[in-house]
Design a protein around this ligand. Structure first.
Ligand SMILES: [Zn+2]
Length: 160
C-alpha cells in the first residue's frame, strides 16, 4: 500500500470528530496525576488547530486517553503521520506504533481504549501498521511492536 492509498483510507475511515468534554478526555476521570495533567493540557487546544505541536504533546499520553478521546485524536494523529514533518521527526509515529502494540499486560486496557472504533477504523489501523511494516526503517526498528499491534487489532476485529 502506498502513501496515497493509506491516506485515502484514513480520510474515509476517520472523519474528524469534535473534542469530548473535559471530564471524558482521560482514561481515569479524576485523582490520577497523568490523567489530570493531560485533561488540563488538552483543554488549551479545544477549538484550535491540531498541529504537530499538539500531536507531540499527545504522543506521550496516548495510553492515558479515554476511548472517546482516542476517537477524537486518531483522525488527526493518523493524518499527521503521513506528513513530511512526521517523516522527518519519526517520534510521533513511533509512539503510535508503541501504543497500538503494547506488551501483554497492557493489551486489555488498549482494547478498552479502542472499543469505540468501528470495524472499518480497526481495519484501517491494521493497514496503517502494515504500511509502516513495509517501510525499511520501521521494519528494522520495531518489528515486534508492529507484529503485536497487528495481532491485537485483528483480535479486536474478530470480536466485532
Ligand atoms: Zn490515569
Amino acid at each position: 500500500m502506498n502513501p496515497t492509498d493509506i491516506g485515502v483510507e484514513i480520510e474515509n475511515a476517520f472523519p474528524l470528530v469534535s473534542m469530548p468534554e473535559n471530564s471524558d478526555l482521560s482514561f481515569h476521570s479524576k485523582g490520577c496525576h497523568d490523567c489530570d495533567e493531560i485533561r488540563e493540557d488538552l483543554e488549551y487546544y479545544r477549538d484550535k488547530e491540531i498541529s504537530g505541536e499538539v500531536i507531540r504533546l499527545v504522543q506521550r499520553y496516548l495510553s492515558t486517553l479515554s476511548a472517546k478521546a482516542t476517537c477524537w485524536i486518531l483522525p488527526h494523529y493518523l493524518r499527521f503521520c503521513l506528513t513530511p514533518e512526521a517523516e522527518y521527526n519519526r517520534m510521533e509515529t513511533e509512539f503510535l506504533i508503541y501504543a497500538l502494540g503494547p506488551t501483554e499486560e497492557f493489551q486489555e486496557e488498549t482494547l478498552n481504549r479502542l472499543s469505540l472504533l468501528n470495524q472499518i477504523q480497526i481495519l484501517c489501523l491494521i493497514h496503517f501498521l502494515e504500511w509502516c511494516f513495509n517501510q525499511e526503517y520501521w521494519k528494522d526498528y520495531c518489528p515486534e511492536e508492529l507484529d503485536r499491534g497487528i495481532r491485537l487489532l485483528r483480535s479486536a476485529l474478530d470480536s466485532r
